[in-house]
Design a protein around this ligand. Structure first.
Ligand code: CP3
Length: 361
C-alpha cells in the first residue's frame, strides 16, 4: 500500500469548504449515496446480504466506490452502518431490510448496560478499518468516516428497533437520569473509539449522525445529549479532520449542534438554508439541504430547487451541497448525476460573501 500522509486531501474542494477556505466550486456528496438507488448496488445485494457486505472489506469498499464512479461526487462516505460497532460488541442487532436495525434484547436496566463493554477498535472493528484502508488507497477524493451519535444509537438500543415517538428512550432519559448518562457515556466512548480508528486509517473527515436528535426540545437536548456529543467531537479535535454533525428535524438545535464542537453542521430540508445559516455561528461551515424527494420530480423542478439551495447558500465558501437526508431508494441515479454536474457548473463560490475565510470568523 502507498503511504498516505494525513491531510493529503487538504487541497480538495470538500475539505477546503469544510474549513471555509477558498476553492473553485461548491463541493457535493449525498448521504446514503451508496445503496438501493444504484443498480450496481442491488446487483451486489443479490449475491450478498447487507451484513455480509458490511463485514467483507472488498465488498464494502466496492459499494463505497460505486457512487463516486457514477456521480463524480467530491467525497466518498464509508459503507457501513451506525449500529455496526455495537453489533461488534455482541449486542444482538439485526438490520432488517425495509425496517432498519432491530435489537433482540433491548437495553433497559442497569444490568443491561454491562453488555456495552468498551470497544477495542482494531480487534472489534478490524473489518471496518480494513475497508477504510482499501478505500484511502483507491480513492482520489476524501473519505468521510462516520458513526452514530449516542442519542440516535440509544434510540435503537432502548426501543428495540426503529421508533416514531422514542417513548421508552425518553422515559429512561427523564426518569432514570443517572442510568441514562451511563448509557450515553458508554455509547460515546464506543463512537469516539470507532471514529478515531477510522481517522487513524486515513479517513479525511467524519460525520456524526444524530439522525433522531430532532425529537428533543432544545433544553432537553442541552441537558441530556449535548455534553456527550461534545465529548466525542472534542475528543477528535487533535486529529485535525473536519467534524460534521448532522440530524433530521433539528431546526431548533442547529446552534447547539455547532456548539457541541462541530466544524460543519448538516441541515435537513425543512429549514431555509439562509435561516439555518443564521443559527450556525460564523466559523462553522454548513451542509445541505435539497429535499430528497425532489430528486423524484421532473428535471425542471430539480434544477430549480438545486439553484434555490445554491442561492440561499449565498455563494459562501463554507457550504457543502448535500441532500437534507439520505438518498431515497426510488431515486433515478441519472438525476443525481445531473445534480452533481449542475452544482459543479453553477455552484460558484463568491469569495466576497461572508465566510470563515474572509471575515475571520
Ligand atoms: O452511502 C452512505 O451514506 C453510507 C452508508 C450508510 C448506511 N447506513 C448504509 C445502509 C450510512 C451512513 C448509514 C447510517 C445509518 N444507518 C443511519 C444514519 C443516517 C440516516 O439515515 O439518518 C441510520 C439511522 C441507520 C440505521 C439504518 N440502517 C436504517 C434506518 C436502515 C434502512 C432500513 C431499510 O431497509 O429501509 C439501515 C440499513 C442500511 N444501511 C441500508 C444501507 C444501504 C439498506 C440495506 C439494504 O437493504 O441494502
Amino acid at each position: 500500500m502507498t503511504a498516505h500522509p494525513p491531510g493529503r486531501h487538504d487541497a480538495s474542494v470538500f475539505i477546503r469548504a469544510c474549513r471555509g477556505e477558498d476553492h473553485e466550486h461548491v463541493p457535493v456528496w449525498f448521504m446514503r449515496q451508496a445503496g438501493r438507488a444504484l443498480p450496481e448496488y442491488r446487483a451486489v445485494r443479490e449475491q450478498h446480504a447487507f451484513e455480509e457486505v458490511v463485514h467483507t472489506p472488498e465488498l464494502a469498499a466496492e459499494v463505497t466506490l460505486q457512487p463516486v464512479r457514477r456521480y463524480g461526487v467530491d467525497a466518498a462516505i464509508l459503507f457501513s452502518d451506525i449500529v455496526t460497532p455495537v453489533q461488534a460488541l455482541g449486542i444482538g442487532v439485526e438490520i432488517k431490510p425495509g425496517v432498519g436495525p432491530v435489537v433482540e434484547r433491548p437495553l433497559r436496566s442497569e444490568g443491561d448496560l454491562a453488555r456495552l463493554r468498551p470497544l477495542e477498535a482494531e480487534e472489534d472493528l478490524g473489518f471496518v478499518l480494513d475497508t477504510v484502508s482499501i478505500l484511502v488507497d483507491q480513492l482520489d477524493v476524501p473519505l468521510i468516516g462516520f458513526a452514530g451519535a449516542p442519542f440516535t444509537l440509544a434510540s435503537y438500543l432502548v426501543e428495540g428497533g426503529p421508533s416514531k415517538s422514542y417513548t421508552r428512550t425518553k422515559a429512561m432519559m427523564f426518569s432514570q437520569e443517572p442510568l441514562w448518562h451511563d448509557l450515553m457515556r458508554r455509547l460515546s466512548d464506543i463512537t469516539l473509539a470507532s471514529l478515531r480508528a477510522q481517522v487513524g486509517r486515513g479517513a479525511s473527515a467524519v460525520q456524526l449522525f444524530d439522525s433522531w436528535a430532532g425529537a428533543l426540545a432544545p433544553a432537553d437536548y442541552a441537558r441530556y445529549v449535548l455534553p456527550h456529543s461534545r465529548r466525542i467531537l472534542e475528543g477528535l479535535a487533535d486529529l485535525g479532520v473536519p467534524r460534521i454533525h448532522f440530524g433530521v428535524n433539528t431546526g431548533e438545535l442547529l446552534g447547539a449542534m455547532a456548539d457541541a464542537g462541530a466544524d460543519v453542521v448538516g441541515v435537513d430540508w425543512r429549514v431555509p438554508l439562509e435561516q439555518a445559516r443564521r443559527r450556525i455561528p460564523d466559523g462553522v461551515a454548513f451542509q445541505g439541504n435539497l429535499e430528497p424527494a425532489v430528486a423524484l420530480a421532473p428535471w425542471e423542478l430539480v434544477e430549480e430547487r438545486v439553484r434555490d439551495v445554491l442561492d440561499r447558500a449565498g455563494g459562501r465558501v463554507d457550504h457543502v451541497f448535500n441532500l437534507g437526508h439520505g438518498v431515497l431508494p426510488e431515486t433515478d441515479p441519472d438525476v443525481l448525476a445531473r445534480v452533481v454536474d449542475l452544482v459543479h457548473r453553477e455552484g460558484r463560490v463568491d469569495t466576497t460573501a461572508p465566510s470563515v475565510a474572509t471575515d475571520g470568523g
